[in-house]
Design a protein around this ligand. Structure first.
Ligand code: NCD
Length: 320
C-alpha cells in the first residue's frame, strides 16, 4: 500500500487502484465536516502555503477551505509578479524558503513539471494544483469521486464506464490526469471528441490502450456522445500563441439542452472541471442545462473540498 504520509502529490501516475480507493473513502468520511455538522481541529496550528502562479478560483479556494475545515491556517501568494520568482529566484530556492514556513504547500504554475521541480527543494509535502498543460491530479481525483457518486444513482461504479471527453484535449491537464486514472479500472470506453488540432496527446491515449481499453478518437459530436458521462472542457486559451488562434476552435462543441436531448442518453451525467466559458462565441455548457438533474458540475466543484481534505489528512498523517 502506498505510503501517503510525507509524500508529494505530483502526478496521478503515483497511485494504484488501492491508493485511489483509500483517497475516495477518506473523502467520503469528510462529509460531516465539509457540511458543518461536525467541527475538526486535527490540523490545529498547521500552515498551508498556497502558491498560485496562474489564475484559479475553485482549486485555490477549495484547498484553503479544506485546510481550514481541518483546523489549519492558510497563507497565499497569488501571481508570479507578487513573488521573488519575478526577481529571478529559482523554484528550488523558493521551495527551500517557503517549506520552512509551512507544513504543506499547494502550488499551481504555468510550466509543465515545474511543481515537481519545486518539490525537489521542499522539506514538506507539495501538492500539484496544475502544472501547465501537464497534470492536475487533485482535479482528476475529485472527478473520479464525482463519477463514482453520480454513477451510484444508476447502480454503476467506475468499472465498465462509457465516458466522453470533449473539447481541448491537447492542452487540458484535467483530462490528461483523468484518462490516466481511468486506465486503472476495468473495461472503460473513452471517446475523445476534439478538433483534430487539439487531440489528446498520444502518451495519454496509450495509457488507456496499453491497459486494454477502447478509445475512440473523433472530431464529430453527433452520434458519439450517447454515454454514461460527458466531460466537457474549455479551450485553454492561455496555452495558445494568440487569442486569435484560440478563437479558431471556440464554440465547436457547445452543449445545450437541444444537443443533449438529441445525442446523449436519458441519464448521461454532464461534468466539466469549470470554469465554463459562457461567452456567446464559446457557450460550452449552455445555462439552459442548469435545471437538469444530471448536470453535475456544481456537485463536482463541491467534491473538491472533500478530496482535498482527504489528501491533507493522508499526507500529514492525521484522522479527524
Ligand atoms: C481547470 C484547470 O485549471 O486546469 N480548472 C480547474 O482547476 N477546475 C480547467 C480549466 O481551467 O479549464
Amino acid at each position: 500500500m502506498m505510503k501517503f504520509q510525507g509524500s508529494h502529490i505530483l502526478s496521478v501516475s503515483q497511485f494504484d487502484r488501492d491508493a485511489i480507493a483509500r483517497i475516495l473513502d477518506v473523502s467520503a468520511q469528510m462529509v460531516p465536516y465539509a457540511s458543518r455538522q461536525k467541527r475538526c481541529h486535527v490540523l490545529d496550528g498547521a500552515i498551508l502555503n498556497n502558491l498560485f502562479f496562474e489564475p484559479s478560483t475553485r482549486t485555490r479556494v477549495s484547498f484553503g477551505t479544506a485546510f481550514n475545515l481541518l483546523g489549519g491556517f492558510v497563507r497565499e501568494t497569488v501571481g508570479e509578479e507578487n513573488s521573488s520568482l519575478s526577481k529571478g529566484e529559482s523554484l528550488f530556492d523558493t521551495a527551500q524558503v517557503i517549506s520552512g514556513y509551512s507544513d504543506v504547500i499547494a502550488m499551481r504554475h504555468p510550466k509543465m513539471h515545474s511543481v515537481a521541480e519545486f518539490a525537489e527543494g521542499s522539506s514538506v509535502p507539495v501538492i500539484n494544483g496544475g502544472d501547465g498543460a501537464n497534470e492536475h491530479p487533485t482535479q482528476a481525483l475529485l472527478d473520479l469521486f464525482t463519477i463514482q457518486s453520480e454513477m451510484s444513482r444508476f447502480g454503476k461504479g467506475l468499472d465498465n464506464l462509457d465516458i466522453v471527453l470533449m473539447g481541448d484535449l491537447k492542452h487540458g491537464r484535467t483530462v490528461h490526469s483523468l484518462s490516466k486514472l481511468l486506465s486503472l479500472y476495468k473495461n472503460v470506453k473513452v471517446t475523445m471528441v476534439s478538433p483534430t488540432a487539439l487531440q489528446m496527446p498520444d502518451s495519454v491515449v496509450s495509457t488507456l490502450t496499453d491497459a486494454g481499453h477502447q478509445v475512440v478518437i473523433t472530431d464529430q459530436l453527433a452520434g458519439n456522445i450517447a454515454c454514461d458521462v460527458i466531460y466537457q472542457t474549455r479551450i485553454q486559451q492561455e496555452r495558445f500563441a494568440s487569442r486569435d488562434e484560440a478563437d479558431l476552435y471556440r464554440g465547436h462543441f457547445s452543449l445545450n439542452k437541444q444537443v443533449y436531448q438529441q445525442y446523449c442518453k436519458e441519464n448521461t451525467v454532464i461534468m466539466h472541471p469549470l470554469p465554463r466559458d459562457s461567452r456567446p462565441e464559446a457557450n460550452e455548457l449552455d445555462t439552459d442545462l442548469n435545471d437538469l438533474a444530471n448536470l453535475a458540475i456544481f456537485r463536482q466543484a463541491q467534491n473538491g473540498v472533500l478530496v482535498r481534505m482527504a489528501l491533507f489528512a493522508l499526507t500529514l498523517g492525521v484522522t479527524p
